[in-house]
Design a protein around this ligand. Structure first.
Ligand code: SF4
Length: 211
């Protein structure tokens, strides 16, 4: 962390653009630090850049991004209102899964983004970003259930790319995105339905709740 020290999101994006903390720096075309509202109430965290993202430097720029836009539209949210990033800021070759060493190397950037943007709600897309906040819990059980992490509401959802390969997941994505509206209003102060909130430390104790 001591060699990072960016003090704004712009500093951080510049630092990421020159990063060689893991081997993905050798194969990337563009770094993909994230984009959106630096004062966002909602931060969306995906897995890693894909081919389109690697070409453009923008997160969720391909088909999964189009579906993400559709899901956000379904709850009246536009991308410029939120901040979108990934666990990794560089594309893994052939879109393979991130390696733990890469996640560990890149994680300080994500922590800094969270501390600088200070979102009220984090939506995790897919199992890798979910595992950062709620390790050792199956996403299939925790999806759609709000929990807390350092005072931030965490809403785990399947990755939109999963619904591209398995269209039967799309209704679950639409259903889970509807929960965002009960957590925030983009124009009003944040309102939380306390009955929905489960401390992350207790999630594994509530298996029946997820069935
Ligand atoms: S993935 Fe993250 S840690 Fe690895 S080179 Fe890219 S910015 Fe640096």
């Amino acid at each position: 962390m001591s060699n990072l020290e960016p003090i704004t999101i712009t500093d951080l994006e510049h630092t990421v653009s020159q990063c060689n903390r893991c081997s993905l720096s050798k194969s990337r075309n563009c770094t993909v630090p994230g984009e959106g509202n630096y004062d966002a109430q909602v931060m969306v965290i995906g897995e890693a850049p894909g081919s389109n993202e690697d070409k453009t430097g923008r997160p969720f720029a391909g088909r999964a991004g189009n579906l993400l836009n559709e899901l956000l539209d379904s709850v009246g949210i536009k991308r410029p209102q939120i901040y979108i990033t990934n666990m990794l800021k560089c594309r893994p070759p052939s879109n393979r899964d991130p390696q733990q060493s890469e996640i560990d190397s890149c994680n300080p950037y994500l922590d800094l983004q969270i501390s600088l943007i200070k979102p009220s709600v984090i939506i995790t897309l897919g199992r890798f970003s979910f595992s950062k906040f709620l390790p050792n819990i199956p996403l299939s059980k925790a999806r759609g259930v709000v929990s807390e992490w350092n005072g931030i509401k965490i809403l785990p959802i399947y990755h939109p790319a999963a619904a591209l390969y398995n269209p039967s997941l799309k209704p679950k994505l639409l259903q889970d995105f509807q929960k965002i509206t009960s957590l925030i209003s983009m124009d009003e102060p944040v309102v939380f339905e306390q009955s929905q909130i489960i401390p992350a430390t207790q999630l594994s104790l509530f298996d029946d709740h997820f069935e």
